[in-house]
Design a protein around this ligand. Structure first.
Ligand code: NAD
Length: 246
């Protein structure tokens, strides 16, 4: 019961890393508010003890503020929502850049603005942001907008930690390599001219350990960061990439 007594909000919890984390947090005793725009998939999480669900579009300040008002202070905010744009700097439109900045970065700023004041009043709070190893640790082909936004998440994380670490606030980010989630499988099919199975093998081969991580493996790191076991870990980026960035 590593999160006993803690209230945690998770964004993008309907599938992938967010979902695995919401389940892992609840299994360790947290009261989890799992949020997403996909209400149908979100509903499935209600079967798990300790998880309640809310529709939350993280691109809407109005939605975020309404949820924050409704649920009050939380101990942990896990900002997971993010979108992977495919392309080089020459392939992205201004609209695509604005969309990704809004979903991958502005959403986290809005979430922090909504939940940080109550944490500060309480004297303790914990924010975890989802970055990627494709941020500042490794240049990855055809991920220009994605890489740019995930690098911004690292900056945001360090800035929040620098401003509020002396007031009991922790803010860290996670940098996964390639994680086997529904959207990864969609990307492999959608953006490859190769046979999806060959494409899958090619993606797996780019990892020195020869496989993707599971969402559950990332959730275990999120669990560590969410718990008091990591109390002295602050303002940092945690790489979990099977040596991809070495
Ligand atoms: P995913 O892409 O499979 O699922 C994303 C979820 O986000 C979906 O449930 C979707 O409904 C939700 N969502 C989309 N727009 C939303 C919005 N406006 N408001 C709220 N929810 C919204 O999830 P994933 O692959 O586990 O990725 C989760 C995070 O981890 C992302 O930030 C991603 O960039 C990051 N990440 C993923 C990988 C990977 O290989 N999968 C690697 C590194 C980092």
């Amino acid at each position: 019961m590593r999160l006993s007594g803690k209230k945690v909000i998770v964004t993008a919890a309907a599938q992938g890393i967010g979902r695995a984390s919401a389940i892992a947090f609840a299994e360790e005793g947290a009261e989890v508010i799992a949020t997403d725009v996909n209400t149908e998939k979100l509903e499935e999480l209600k079967a798990n003890k300790g998880i309640s669900v809310r529709k939350l579009d993280v691109m809407s300040k109005k939605d975020i503020d309404a949820v924050a008002k409704e649920i009050g202070r939380v101990d942990v905010v896990f900002n997971v929502a993010g979108f992977v744009h495919h392309g080089t700097v020459l392939d992205c439109t201004e609209e695509q850049f604005d969309f990704s900045m809004s979903l991958n970065v502005k959403s986290m700023i809005l979430m922090i603005q909504a939940f940080l004041p109550a944490m500060l009043e309480h004297g303790k709070g914990n924010i975890i942001n989802m970055s990627s190893v494709a941020a500042v640790k490794k240049g990855v082909a055809v991920r220009c907008i994605y890489q740019t936004t995930k690098a911004a998440v690292v900056g945001l994380t360090k800035s929040v930690a620098a401003d509020f670490c002396s007031k009991g606030i922790r803010c860290n980010c996670i940098m996964p390599g390639t994680v086997d989630t529904p959207s990864l499988r969609e990307r492999i099919t959608a953006n490859s001219k190769m046979d999806p199975e060959d494409s899958m093998k090619m993606f797996q081969a780019r990892s020195p350990v020869g496989r993707f991580s599971s969402a559950e493996e990332i959730a275990k790191l999120a669990l560590y960061l969410a718990s008091d076991e990591s109390d002295y870990v602050n303002g940092t980026e945690m790489i979990i990439d099977g040596c991809w960035s070495l």
